[in-house]
Write a protein that binds this ligand. Structure first.
Ligand code: SF4
Length: 480
């Protein structure tokens, strides 16, 4: 007589909440990829999640408060469902190390930015060993483990993928915690990156975004290491070389990248953008301030004039280039005169859009020590609003200038605000909302005539489809 078969356990459901930048979102995708491969199923509903991962960021304001607020809510869920597992990962976990477990002892697993490749393994270990904190303080040597891109991904938008080309940062911007939590710059080998993009293209991906903290210095460490080993290296692989190589992979229609540092923006990068058809006409160049005094205090390594000169050169070389930026308002010691220089720069730069941030101190950074120079919050709020007016005026002017043009968009799905409309993204990274009498699959390339403009989006009419989506639709498979 055969043994009765024990009913198999239903697959665990997981939910990942991501705080912070694209690098973090990319890490979350790789954690999800590992969980999928382990037979788990993604859910959006925290009430049914067996495993909840908070992938944290320490760059944004009030990161600690947000994390502990969310953890408090999860604790009440866990009190009701003791089997639920809570995981904290990301750069706040890396920075605070044991502090999270002290403040929230009910957390099952804490791991850092260098442990992303071990997410499943650590989760299994915590089930056997009990609550676990595992923070690697240094990156590991193996490319497969080191870089999130080299692990199985779970892409939310199947036609588009992020590719990490470099981690860490060798700069020392006074406001930024990244070098402390992500470590020094390490570039992935050139050939491996191109191979990975080829594999993505074979899988139907048509758009890749190259990710790094300072993409323009990609390859510097590779040459230094080769020289150290005695190899005769004439020129390192430049970021421009990578743009050209990735942009020429069959099937890749769009290449984007983020973020470049203005001080390292080389003419070769601009030339590669201009000469490689797949590289989108969009340059995100974070300026942070228009005051040379503040730029020096931030250790940014360029002046306002030099920055504007770079923009002029880039626009002269690349037709129809959209330029976006990041700006910090209220850096310690910012005077009214400094701020007015920021307004002047913002007007002169004629940005297509910009992210404005109010300065907030990140413990462990140089600027956080400048307490005696912190700017009064009411003054900062007023400056923020004044800068917003300048930025929105310029964005609207840029968008109005596009009315009547026919633009290529890649479909991202129904509009979030009005699901009766379809949303697509142009090569210049602008959202276009348009009606469509047929359902267009995410990843479809279409043409739209621009009929209306607002500071943050465009409106359009569908002209026709240029290329259908090629990626396979992912159908979740529950293990038997
Ligand atoms: S370049 Fe500056 S702002 Fe960017 S990650 Fe490095 S230190 Fe931070």
């Amino acid at each position: 007589m055969s043994e009765p078969i024990a009913p198999s356990e239903p697959p665990k459901r997981y939910l990942i909440r991501t705080f912070g930048c694209q690098m973090n979102e990319h890490d979350s995708e790789r954690i999800a990829g590992q969980f999928d491969a382990d037979g788990m199923i993604a859910t959006d509903d925290v009430e049914e999640a067996d495993v909840v991962v908070l992938n944290t960021c320490c760059i944004r304001e009030n990161a600690d408060n947000k994390l502990y607020g969310t953890l408090g809510h999860l604790k009440s869920l866990k009190d009701r469902r003791p089997g639920m597992e809570i995981v904290v990962s990301g750069c706040l976990a890396q920075k605070d190390q044991g502090a999270i477990r002290e403040r929230a002892p009910y957390v099952d697993l804490v791991f850092g930015t260098h442990n992303v490749h071990q997410a499943t393994e650590l989760l299994h270990r915590s089930r056997v060993e009990g609550p676990l904190t595992e923070i690697l303080t240094e990156t590991v040597a193996n490319d497969h483990e080191l870089f999130p891109s080299a692990m199985p991904p779970r892409r939310d938008q199947g036609h588009a993928a992020w590719v990490t080309i470099q981690i860490g940062c060798d700069n020392s911007c006074a406001f930024c915690i990244v070098p402390a939590v992500r470590g020094p710059e390490i570039s992935r080998p050139f050939e491996r990156l191109v191979d990975e993009v080829r594999e993505l293209a074979a899988d139907g991906v048509t758009e890749v975004t190259l990710l790094g903290q300072n993409v323009n210095s990609y390859g510097r460490d590779l040459t230094l290491a080769a020289r150290h080993a005695g190899d005769d290296v004439r020129v390192r692989p430049l970021f421009g070389d990578l743009l050209r190589a990735v942009g020429s992979v069959d099937g890749i229609r769009r290449v984007r990248y983020t973020s470049p540092h203005p001080k390292d923006l080389r003419p070769e990068t601009i030339a590669a953008m201009a000469e490689t058809e797949a590289v989108c006409e969009h340059l995100h160049l974070p300026v942070q301030s228009g005051s040379d005094r503040i730029l020096a205090a931030m250790h940014r390594g360029y002046t306002a004039d030099r920055y504007l000169e770079m923009l002029r050169d880039a626009r002269a070389s690349i037709d129809d280039l959209a330029v976006t930026t990041d700006l910090i308002v209220g850096f310690p010691g910012e005077t009214e005169a400094d701020f007015e220089q920021t307004l002047e720069l913002a007007a002169a730069a004629e940005y297509d859009s910009a992210y404005q941030f109010i300065y907030s101190p990140r413990p462990g950074t140089e600027a956080a020590e400048m307490v005696d120079r912190f700017v009064d919050q009411s003054v900062v709020a007023d400056r923020f609003d004044r800068l917003k007016v300048v930025l929105e005026r310029s964005a609207l002017a840029k968008h109005e200038a596009r009315i009547g043009r026919v633009e290529e968009v890649v479909v991202e799905g129904p509009s979030r605000r009005d699901p009766s409309l379809t949303t697509g993204r142009t090569r210049q990274n602008k959202l276009v909302h348009f009606p469509s009498d047929r359902a267009l699959r995410v990843g479809t390339y279409a043409l739209a005539t621009i009929t209306g403009a607002a500071p943050h989006f465009l409106r359009g009419e569908l002209v026709g489809v240029v290329a259908p989506a090629r990626h396979r639709t992912r159908i979740p498979v529950a293990s038997a």
